[in-house]
Design a protein around this ligand. Structure first.
Ligand SMILES: Nc1ccn([C@@H]2O[C@H](COP(=O)(O)OP(=O)(O)OP(=O)(O)O)[C@@H](O)[C@H]2O)c(=O)n1
Ligand SMILES: C[C@](O)(CO)[C@H](O)COP(=O)(O)O
Length: 231
């Protein structure tokens, strides 16, 4: 029987957001942004423990009171230069408690609007898949490829194209091995590393409410969703 664990990479600087404060600590509906991802994952009785990976230089984490999550929260100060480094370092640090075949759900601190229903669907569907999988959304818009001057070259077929979200859920040992093997070509998500091993992760249908807060205007939309939850 495999257990489920969560890992939240939160060692980014939020360069596209701008400003001094890393975006995971920006105020969102009265809490630092990462609080919302943490609450969702730690609130699931199916997830045994949540690990948060922050930068060794993080000067903000200790400014907040995280006691409501205390029994099931571990903080790892081992973030790296790229997201994949933070995830790999976190997985290595978790190895004492987590077994090879346990599932690890990697979820961006910058996706604060994950719903309980989306999380349940991922646990059910990816948990029944031999490889694992990720939340994703079929591409809904017409796709254009542009030249350097921003003029359209072609309209690309969108059939079979999906936008990858998080959580992305794989077995601990397989994911750690995958991230070690792709060290030279830094993958932007976990599924990319698993694909490089020759596996085919399952896409679990999500929706756009689980978007990644990247630019300042995204904060407004995230606040609206959090103030009008589905569940
Ligand atoms: N070296 C890094 C870079 C990113 N992340 C985390 O990965 C998630 C998704 O990354 P992204 O949205 O790209 O965050 P940033 O890297 O902070 O943003 P930017 O690329 O704009 O700097 C975030 O929770 C971020 O904190 C991380 O743990 N370690
Ligand atoms: C993991 C991810 O959120 C899936 O969409 C995304 O790949 C992170 O990408 P970024 O380049 O770090 O923003």
């Amino acid at each position: 029987m495999s257990d489920y664990y969560a890992l939240i990479p939160a060692a980014g600087s939020g360069a596209r957001m701008g400003g001094e404060l890393p975006k995971q600590y920006l105020d969102l509906a009265g809490k630092p942004m990462i609080y919302h991802a943490l609450r969702r994952l730690a609130g699931s009785p199916r997830i045994r423990r949540v690990y948060v990976v922050i930068s060794p230089e993080d000067a903000y984490w200790d400014d907040y009171d995280w006691r409501e999550f205390a029994p099931r929260l571990s903080v790892l100060r081992c973030g790296g230069a790229a997201r994949a480094d933070s995830v790999r370092n976190g997985l290595a640090a978790m190895a004492e408690e987590v077994a090879e075949n346990d599932w690890v759900l990697v979820h961006d601190a910058a996706r604060p609007c994950l719903s309980a229903a989306q999380l349940e669907r991922l646990l059910d569907e990816a948990g029944a898949d031999p490889v694992g999988g990720l939340l994703a959304v079929p591409v809904a818009d017409t796709l254009k490829r542009a030249d350097a001057g921003r003029h359209v070259c072609t309209t690309e077929p969108r059939e079979g194209l999906w936008q990858a979200q998080t959580p992305q859920m794989f077995r601990h040992a397989m994911l750690l091995q995958a991230l070690h093997q792709v060290r030279d070509a830094v993958p932007t998500d976990e599924a990319r590393a698993i694909e490089a091993l020759g596996h085919r992760p399952l896409l679990v249908v999500a929706d756009n409410s689980n978007f990644k807060v990247t630019y300042p205007r995204d904060l407004y939309l995230a606040r609206l969703i959090l103030e009008n939850p589905d569940d």
